[in-house]
Every structure is written in structure tokens, then in C-alpha cells.
Design a protein around this ligand. Sequence first.
Ligand code: NAD
Length: 421
Amino acid sequence: MTHVLEFKVKDPALAEQGNLLIEWASAHMPVLSQIRQRFEKEKPLRGATLGACLHVTKETAVLVQALKAGGAKIALCGSNPLSTQDEVAAALAKIGVNVYAWRGETREEYYWCVNKVIDHEPVITLDDGADLVGTLHSKRTEALRAVKGGTEETTTGVVRLRAMEKAKALKYPIVAVNDAYTKYLFDNRYGTGQSTIDGILRATNVLLAGKNFVVCGYGWGGRGLAARARGMGAHVVATEVNPVRALEAVMDGFQVMSLREAARIGDIFVTVTGDTSVIRKEHMTQMKDGAVIANSGHFNVEIKIPDLDSLASSKRTLRPNLEEYRLRNGKKIYLLAEGRLVNLASAEGHPSEVMDMSFANQALCVEYLMKSKKLESKVYDVPKEIDDKVARLKLKSMGIRIDNLTLEQERYIASWEEGTV
Ligand SMILES: NC(=O)c1ccc[n+]([C@@H]2O[C@H](COP(=O)([O-])OP(=O)(O)OC[C@H]3O[C@@H](n4cnc5c(N)ncnc54)[C@H](O)[C@@H]3O)[C@@H](O)[C@H]2O)c1
């Protein structure tokens, strides 16, 4: 390996503040703390270089500490130009993590950081959105030789990886951490639900009670967001393209309609689809004066910002993460956090308690990949034992006991002979 730059962060002097944030997160991540303690003794990752492209938050720092305790060396970059917590990046650099991340990276700087991580020749990649994997497979193929496996954190990344697998382009095995029950049922649903509202409130401080709150996409993130917005007293409208999910939203008690209809009545719009160009010109022109639009999906393509730009006669920043667009039709539309995921750009991302489970899966899957010998270049589910283990550890940390099957019940469930009695 040639000489590699050790780190690049906004301001190394922020490390002390970062340590306090990490301490707070760690206190709410008991499962990962237990894994860290075991890793410290067993060193299952001894000597391995890990390359991570994850939101650089206080929770990610707790994961990084656990992986380091397991004996790994870590190179880290952010998985979004606006999601890095600069204090946390500084704290990680101070403990010897090769971190390349700061809030407000340009597109060019963002990929520079991704490439810096690849310079470390990682043996395992940890990705959130598949930009690291994408870069490795397109522009840095020479570094593929060193890679044994990888993990993927989010729905959008898994969708991209499955497309790569289908096209036979994927060159190493990747575990879809997103698809573990102990990830998406909690992180995508309750994490996105709460933190998206947190991001909207920090940017606007508007009252949600009585507002028409439009959720575009009733998937795991959308379900959580709709539930939490209702809890704050908003009238929630869901839009969908999938008939089953639309029906589910109806029976969950939400209004469902096309976005064209919703555009006229909505006060706040949030996209969480993983899709592109969901809110477009034809919707923007129909919106009420003062409508707020935000995105909580992975990429900033869900709101077609070039459309907003083309409709606007001027724009200005009113508060951090709040831009006012004056449209030529005389109305104003407010865009939050440049259309990037609002919960990370305008708040702190998911609460530590849910990241505890997501990142416990990450840590255990990295260990699993290091031990496994015969995996093909495919997308793998998280092994059921890991998923169950994370759930059990989480319940234990909450002081909750559950029942066990009796022998009779085990036999009964496994048999077919017994029917109507
Ligand atoms: N903000 C965060 O911290 C965070 C956390 C988890 C996931 N995500 C991201 O959020 C996005 C959604 O994730 P998910 O787990 O909810 O996915 P999901 O697949 O469960 O749900 C997405 C839903 O959007 C619907 N959809 C697609 N195109 C649409 C359109 N044009 N209009 C309306 N609905 C449409 C789909 O039918 C689906 O029901 C992904 O990009 C994911 O990576 C973000």
C-alpha cells in the first residue's frame, strides 16, 4: 500500500465534544456494548482492515469502537454529504480511526473520501447506500482483490446490490443487514418515524397538530412516519404505487390518494420511497402557499429539485436546513435540508436505541464474514441465528423475559398428524 492520508475532518479540536456525544449514545446501546466486551476478549477481527461508508454519527462511533475492540483497523467515510457530525468525526480521528468526513462535502469531496477509504484496501466493506461498493466495482476494481465480503445497511443499497447480482456484476458476497427483522422493523419504522419528525421540527418548528401531512411511500419508513405524525395530531395522507401497501395504509386508518390530489391539500410532504422524481413540477405547481417538502429516503432524488429551481424566481435560506423558493405563480414552497435525508441532515439520525440493533447486526455480520469460507458473490440474508440473538440480547437489556416452547409444543408445531380434536 502506498502512503495514505491518515484522516481528514473539519476540526480535530472538536474531539472532546465528540467524546461526550459518543458516551451518551453508548449508554443507550447495551447490545453493542455486550458485543464489544466479547470482541475485546476474543479479538475475532484481529488484523482485518474494514472500509466503512456510513453516516458518521455518534452511534456509528459506538459501532466503530466495537469493531476496533475486536482487533480491526477501520477506514471510514460518510454515506451522505450532509450527515456527518463533525465532533464525532474528530473524536474518531483522535483514537486512530482513518476517518475522511465532514458536514457539507461537495459531490467531488464526497467521492474523494470514498476513494480514501478504498486506498486502505479493506478486506470487509460496510456500506449504507452502496456507494462504496459501486465505486469499488466501477472505478477502483484493482482493490477488489483484497475484499472478502461486505455488509449493506439500507433498503436503497440492497436494491442496488440485488441489481448488481442479477447483472452478474457483483464480485464478492454481501450480507443485507437491512433485511434482518431486528433492523428494518425497528430502524426503518420507529427510527425513521421519530427522527424524520425530529428533523422537520428542528428545521421549521411548525405545529404538526391539525396539519395535512403527506407521506409518499407506505413502506417500513413510511409506516413509522405516518404513525408518528398521527401521534402528533396531524391528518395523515399516504400515497403509494403498490396496491397492497396502499390498501394497508387505508386499513391502518390513513387517507390514501394520488399525489396529484394530495398536492392540493398537503401542508407538509415527506418522501420515503427509495424511488426517484416522486415530487415533480406537476405536483409543486398545485401546492398551497407555504407548503413544506422534505425527503427521508436515502438519495436526494425523490424530490425533483431541478423542477423546483426551474419554477422559482428566487430562493433564500431562512434558517438552517430551511430554504424558501418563491415560485413564479406567486406561492412559496419550503425545502428542507436540500432534499437530503432530513432526519440526518437536520437532526441526529435515528435514536441510539434502534441503532443498537442495526449496528449489533453489522458487528455480528462482519464477524460472520471473517469466519466464513464458502460464500459466493451474492446478496445474503442475515443468518437467522444472528437476528434472533440480537432480539434476545435487546430484550434482556430491557429486563424482559419471554416464554420458551415446551417439548410438547415443539413436537406439536413440527407435526402434521394432529388435526380437529
Ligand atoms: N432516513 C433514514 O434514516 C432511513 C432509514 C431507513 C431507510 N431509509 C431509506 O428510505 C427509503 C425507503 O425505505 P423503506 O425501508 O421504507 O423501503 P420500502 O421498500 O419498505 O418502502 C418504500 C415504499 O415506497 C413505495 N414507492 C415507490 N415509489 C413510489 C412513488 N413514486 N410514490 C409513492 N410510493 C412509492 C413502494 O411501493 C414501497 O411501498 C430507502 O431509500 C431507504 O434506503 C432511510
